[in-house]
Design a protein around this ligand. Structure first.
Ligand SMILES: NC(=O)C1=CN([C@@H]2O[C@H](COP(=O)(O)OP(=O)(O)OC[C@H]3O[C@@H](n4cnc5c(N)ncnc54)[C@H](OP(=O)(O)O)[C@@H]3O)[C@@H](O)[C@H]2O)C=CC1
Ligand SMILES: O=C(O)CCCC(=O)O
Length: 483
């Protein structure tokens, strides 16, 4: 096993063992900032996945039999270990993903926060006693772990997307098989070492890298897996829902978005620009809750655009390991091509570049933070998630028009708007067909609130008291013969 960075494992973690692929095949992992090869990970397939599922199934009875307090203590220990190693885990994350070290460490600490939150929730899995319609009987409701969970996670948050799945799964008494994204597998494999250090028994957590279709296929087909949790693109999410229907598993899907960021004439424009920067450029625009469309009311359009452009231009682009860098590279060349395609399409239909618009002089997959104006609904970016540092500004006149434009998408994940009018705040929040709404705030993700979308952005919630429900089955017990 080669190991150059702390927590960098070049092996999959199955049943408490570090293993290679059966055929010794590997995948290469690159640093998106330098193009340098970081190392390899096993290219596992169906057989290794079946063994991981069998290990998770074997570990299930003992794990679910532990007291909630015991599971909570272990999860708190896991959170402590993550926090103690935030620097090393953050560095590993920046190397494989590209985001700035500050954001990477923030993500790692956020992982710890999820684990800690669910350590607490483990102890609040309450049932009910329902008033019985029959004399001599009692109606009890209990909640039980669903069983083995299959988790598939993306490259944009290679640590925290695992935390929001592993945390509730383990808290509920489930065991888990995780497939991290192939571009960022090390932060996923690091969970193996973290769980080992926390004393989580072999088989409770398994992490496999390799072929998405082979690992995913086995996770979907194997009847022992009772729940699938996925974060990634909508087309793959739909495919997994279809595949998992053969064995009728519970599913949670955190899929794509097309977040509107509406700024009304009565907004505090400086506050809106501050929120816009984080809602747009966090992780270089590569989050599913990133603003995809700015909708700005005519009266403040020009001043908002001028301030947003100045702030976008001032962002420091570079290798995420360098001090002060705010914008790392995009994940790969394909991601850059998508941003270019959206810009080219918009310019062809009449948009204007206010700032940026091109590949960054640093080369590779670095891209200039970009602001476009003169946007219209027929442009690609109005429908399709850019997943990059592109701020397209659409102008509107009335509140009704803004809400109509915001809702004119098949997605429904995050939305944001800025206003100082209280009645408008409630009206617009209620009319936005989104799972999450930020009013006068551009960063709303927290472990204590329910994260999730409606429409084609998916189903299920992660984080909060709701986030554990998908990992539980409700059982009704009727006790008779009580006289
Ligand atoms: N909601 C979100 O947070 C995310 C949204 N996206 C959106 O999706 C676009 C494409 O990104 P991309 O990385 O390709 O997203 P994908 O949905 O392809 O990948 C997400 C995860 O799913 C896995 N996967 C891919 N194909 C299958 C399959 N057939 N069966 C099982 N698992 C599979 C991937 O594995 P592998 O890495 O091995 O291919 C990865 O672990 C982005 O530009 C963005 O718009 C992307 C990432 C996160
Ligand atoms: O992009 C995602 O899938 C999750 C975003 C998490 C966050 O907002 O930190």
């Amino acid at each position: 096993m080669t190991r150059t960075l702390a927590f960098q494992h070049e092996a999959a973690y199955v049943d408490g063992q570090w293993i290679g692929a059966d055929d010794d095949k590997t995948l290469t992992v690159r640093d998106p900032a330098t193009g340098e090869t970081l190392g390899t990970v096993p290219a596992c397939g169906k057989a290794e996945t079946a063994r991981a599922i069998a290990a998770a199934e074997a570990a299930l009875p003992a794990w679910r039999a532990r007291t909630a307090k015991d599971r909570a203590q272990i999860l708190h220990r896991l959170a402590n270990i993550i926090e103690q190693n935030a620097d090393a885990l953050g560095t590993l994350l920046t190397r494989e993903q590209g985001k700035s070290l500050a954001e990477a460490k923030g993500e790692v600490n956020f992982s710890a926060a999820y684990v800690r939150w669910f350590a607490e929730e483990a102890q609040r899995i309450y049932g009910d006693v329902i008033p019985s319609p029959w004399a001599g009987r009692r109606i009890l409701v209990t909640k039980e772990p669903v069983g083995v969970v299959g988790a598939i996670t993306p490259w944009n948050f290679p640590s925290s997307m695992i935390a929001r799945k592993l945390g509730p799964a383990l808290a509920a008494g489930c065991t888990i098989v995780i497939k991290p994204a192939s571009q960022t597998p090390y932060s996923g494999l690091a969970w193996g070492e973290l769980c080992e250090q926390a004393g989580i028994p072999a088989g409770v957590v398994n992490v496999l890298t390799g072929s998405a279709s082979a690992i995913g296929g086995e996770l979907m087909d194997n009847p022992a897996v009772r729940k699938i949790t996925f974060t990634g693109s909508t087309p793959i999410g739909k495919k997994l829902v279809e595949q998992s229907a053969k064995t009728l598993k519970k599913v949670s899907m955190e899929l794509g978005g097309n977040a509107p960021f509406i700024v009304f004439d009565d907004a505090d424009v400086d506050r809106a620009v501050e929120g816009a920067l984080i809602a747009k450029y966090r992780n270089s625009g590569q989050t599913c809750v990133c603003t995809n469309r700015f909708l700005v009311q005519a009266g403040i359009h020009d001043s908002f655009v001028a301030k947003l452009a100045a702030a976008s231009e001032a962002l420091k682009v570079g290798n995420g390991l360098e001090p002060g860098v705010q914008q790392g590279p995009l994940i790969d060349e394909k991601a850059v091509e998508k941003v270019e395609e959206h810009i080219k399409d918009a310019l062809g239909k009449g948009a204007k570049i206010v700032t940026g618009g091109h590949r960054h002089r640093l080369g590779g997959s670095f891209f200039e933070p970009t602001v476009l104006t003169g946007m219209t609904p027929d442009m690609l970016v109005a429908r399709d998630e850019t997943f990059g540092p592109l701020s397209p500004v659409f102008k509107f006149d009335t509140e009704d028009q803004a809400v109509r434009m915001a809702n004119d998408t098949e997605f429904g994940l995050a939305s944001y708007f800025y206003t100082r009018d209280l009645a408008r705040a409630f009206r617009v929040a209620e009319n936005l067909k989104y799972g999450m709404v930020g009013i006068n705030e551009g960063l709303i993700t927290t472990e204590v609130a329910p994260f999730g979308g409606v429409k084609e952005s998916g189903m299920g919630k992660e984080g909060s008291k709701y986030g554990i429900e998908d990992y539980l089955d409700v059982k009704y017990v009727c006790v008779g013969g009580l006289g």
